[in-house]
Design a protein around this ligand. Structure first.
Ligand code: SF4
Length: 86
């Protein structure tokens, strides 16, 4: 009850803070998904973006490819196993 099913799920962008160098390049590549803090470290949007939002998905992939430390990844979240908590 109360479970909203999206047809194709969604995604979030994830950063590995150990690899990240904190120069904030990802903010330039995907500003709709990444802000930076006062030191330049990324603050990734935590809300799930639907996979149907192709423009934002492409931005996320662009940021993943452009990250010089390979610290970013796109994590897909399927609706199949049930609702994602938080
Ligand atoms: S582009 Fe990569 S290394 Fe640079 S701030 Fe973003 S996540 Fe960190």
């Amino acid at each position: 009850m109360g479970v909203v099913r999206r047809r194709s799920g969604g995604f979030v962008l994830k950063v590995n803070p150990i690899l990240c160098d904190g120069y904030g390049h990802c903010h330039e590549l995907a500003p709709e998904l990444v802000n930076v803090d006062e030191w330049g470290y990324p603050i990734i949007k935590t809300a799930i973006t639907p996979l149907s939002d192709l423009a934002t998905l492409e931005s996320a992939r662009y940021a993943v490819r452009g990250c010089p430390r390979q610290a970013l990844r796109v994590e897909r979240l399927s609706d199949d196993p049930g609702p994602t908590r938080r």
